[in-house]
Write a protein that binds this ligand. Structure first.
Ligand code: FE
Ligand code: FE
Ligand code: MG
Length: 165
């Protein structure tokens, strides 16, 4: 990374790279959970669920890209082995083995809630110390908040539809 660009980071850079690699692992697992979920989901209003799951899968992949780019800028290496995603992840992975739409939405809501708490804690840690990473994480957090709301609203719509039919 550029010498000055690294010097302005008021944090232990190796520790920051590890923290970003943990988030990077979360994003890949979230991407895959949404992506495979969009293919197997079944049940009422599944068309709306599929559209939302695909959109979120794409956005999680973009989060992974932003994190990897920042890790490289800081002189680190993004995790190269998928098996390490499990080891480094904060939020884990829930397989959509039950394809019922409400179950899949609940699994992904849980994942978003973990992401929100994790990124919020990270922002507190880097506040005033690394504005560049802060800006990246803030952008990601803003999208995770949207994701949670989208999924909760969709779950509410499906539940209401079932209650009225
Ligand atoms: Fe994400
Ligand atoms: Fe998300
Ligand atoms: Mg959405």
């Amino acid at each position: 990374m550029g010498t000055k660009g690294k010097m302005i980071v008021g944090l232990d850079v190796e520790k920051l790279i590890l923290t970003l690699n943990k988030a990077y692992s979360d994003e890949w697992l979230a991407h895959y959970q949404y992506w495979i979920g969009s293919l197997v989901v079944k049940g009422p209003n599944k068309e709306a669920a599929i559209a939302e799951l695909i959109q979120h899968a794409n956005e999680e992949l973009l989060h992974a890209t932003s994190l990897a780019t920042r890790i490289i800028q800081l002189g680190g290496t993004p995790i190269t082995k998928p098996e390490d995603w499990y080891k480094f992840s904060n939020c884990g992975y829930e397989a959509p083995d039950d394809p019922y739409v409400i179950t899949i939405l609940d699994q992904n809501i849980k994942g978003e809630q973990c992401a929100i708490v994790t990124y919020n804690r990270l922002l507190e840690e880097i506040k005033d110390k690394d504005p560049v990473t802060y800006n990246i994480i803030l952008t990601i957090l803003t999208q995770e908040v949207e994701h949670e709301e989208d999924l909760e609203a969709l779950k509410e719509d499906i539940t209401m539809m079932m209650e009225r039919s």
